[in-house]
Design a protein around this ligand. Structure first.
Ligand code: UDP
Length: 472
């Protein structure tokens, strides 16, 4: 029988594309499947996107669906809303591309992510099995599946709930740490999330980028408790296996890291789109300087209105280094390396000189740190990152957290304190020890007979033997 062909449709944003592409690579390398990425977008492809996609093996092809006219997209809305509308406006072009492909290849499954549920119906129409790839963790999936009942029973805004939500097997979660769209139930982003969550049951199965030993309680709850939920497959950690060539700025970062002592460098990065306010950027700069520790910092120009201003571009709006305190670069030049906008994160995290990671707690970053056994400072900014920070700090105990002042600002002295504690203190040593244990479990999960590998092989087997064909 002809080898199965899988279509993968990521939501806009590198944070969505990277994990889905990594999943595609697994399907190709382990099972010899071929994959077509169909990418909805409303912007021109960025340099980071094109160099990432051009480096893929030939059995993973990619097509950008015709860009949605930005004039059709609402202004000044949460990025979840922009993503939702982009995907909905891309439906006709996705249908056309999928149908054309299904005429010439044995397309057995379509895999999309948490905002792509509108594509489930198109897939079913064409006799293709729809799956979801949940790019964050099991606790978040469990939370979202519990959101419709919560929406019915809670009458106030979630941050005003007096008691934490206790999900089976998870750390208690206060409303203030719920994902961004749940902060204001009147906001369109909340409606968007509820709409999609209610449709998760329409998928054939849900892959989750986590592993059993990391989230035993949540995974057990997802796989056993709710029979109406599609089958859940923890197949992670699925992380980037390599990054582009020299053009990604690797050589400068890596040769700088080569010159630093083992485990001495704090890597500071807020994911593909995280931005800080001017004031916060300044406090961070001074805090890192005051800590006396070595650091490699991916600096983005500040934004006083949004914590994810670079989400769709992964690029700074202005010259990022121009916003640093006067004379800063000179003062830190013996201990710090500053990289504007984008750095080869995997290579940095796997370098022996890197001993800590100050992260916004985006789930890809967390998994990349876990695989490399690098302990964290949790500095959540947007999406479900506060929830991740609670899990990492209170549940897994692999992350330290700075305390914000009354206005939500992390002050320089507090940043310096937590950085020193992670790199030199007792708490930091505990987090490192625990992170190394978690790292070993992660490697075991994706080894040949690990839990995650076995579950993925189970689905691949079903796909290989799937009789469903395009019949129209
Ligand atoms: N990334 C990178 N270099 C950067 C910033 C980010 O390679 O300078 C990669 C990072 O390794 C991760 C992804 O971009 O794979 C960011 O995903 P994450 O879930 O951590 O955060 P998001 O960008 O979705 O908020």
């Amino acid at each position: 029988m002809e080898e199965p062909h899988i279509v993968i449709v990521p939501s806009p944003g590198m944070g969505h594309m990277i994990p889905l592409v990594e999943f595609a690579k697994l399907l190709v390398s382990r099972f010899n499947f071929s994959v077509s990425l169909m990418i909805p977008t409303s912007t021109q492809p960025t340099k980071a996107q094109t160099s990432f996609l051009n480096a893929l093996p030939p059995s993973i092809s990619h097509t950008f669906l015709p860009a949605v006219d930005p004039a059709l997209l609402p202004d000044g809305v949460a990025h979840e809303v922009t993503i939702h509308h982009t995907l909905v406006y891309s439906l006709p072009s996705l249908r056309a591309a999928l149908s054309e492909l299904a005429h010439r290849a044995r397309v057995v499954a379509l895999v999309t992510d948490l905002f792509g549920t509108a594509y489930f119906d198109v897939a079913r129409e064409l006799g293709i099995l729809p799956y979801m790839y949940f790019t964050t963790n099991a606790m978040c999936l469990l939370f979202l599946l519990n959101l419709p009942p919560l929406d019915k029973t809670v009458s106030c805004e979630y941050p005003a709930m007096p008691n934490p939500l206790v999900l089976p097997g998870c750390v208690p979660l206060y409303g203030k740490d719920f994902p961004d769209p749940c902060m204001d139930r009147n906001d369109e982003s909340y409606g968007v999330v509820l709409y999609h969550v209610k449709r998760y049951v329409l998928s054939e199965g849900i892959f989750v980028n986590t592993f059993f030993d990391l989230e035993r309680g949540a995974v057990r709850a997802l796989r056993t408790e709710d029979r109406s939920c599609p089958r859940v497959y923890p197949v992670g950690p699925v992380i980037q296996s390599g990054q582009g060539g020299e053009s990604d700025g690797s050589s400068e970062c890596l040769s700088w890291l080569d010159r630093q002592p083992t485990g001495s460098v704090l890597f500071v990065s807020f994911g593909s789109g995280g931005t800080l306010s001017k004031r916060q950027l300044n406090e961070l700069a001074i805090g890192l300087e005051k800590s006396g520790q070595r650091f490699l910092w991916v600096v983005r120009s500040p934004n006083d209105h949004s914590s994810n201003a670079s989400f769709f571009t992964a690029q700074s709006q202005d010259d990022a280094l121009g916003f640093l305190p006067h004379g800063y670069l000179d003062r830190i030049k013996d201990r710090g390396l500053l990289v504007p906008s984008w750095a080869p994160q995997i290579k940095i995290l796997s370098h022996g000189s890197t001993g800590g990671f100050l992260t916004h707690c985006g789930w890809n970053s967390v998994l990349e740190s876990i695989i490399n056994g690098v302990p964290l400072i949790a500095w959540p900014l947007y999406a479900e990152q506060r929830m991740n920070a609670v899990m990492l700090n209170q549940g897994l105990k692999v992350a330290l957290r700075p305390n914000a002042n009354g206005r939500g600002l992390y002050e320089a002295d507090e940043i310096a304190r937590v950085v020193k504690e992670l790199m030199k203190g007792k708490e930091g040593k505990g987090a490192l020890r625990r992170m190394k244990e978690v790292s070993d479990l992660a490697k075991k999960a994706i080894s040949e007979d690990g839990d995650s590998s076995k579950l993925l092989a189970e689905v691949a087997h079903q796909w290989s033997h799937s009789k469903l064909r395009f019949t129209k």
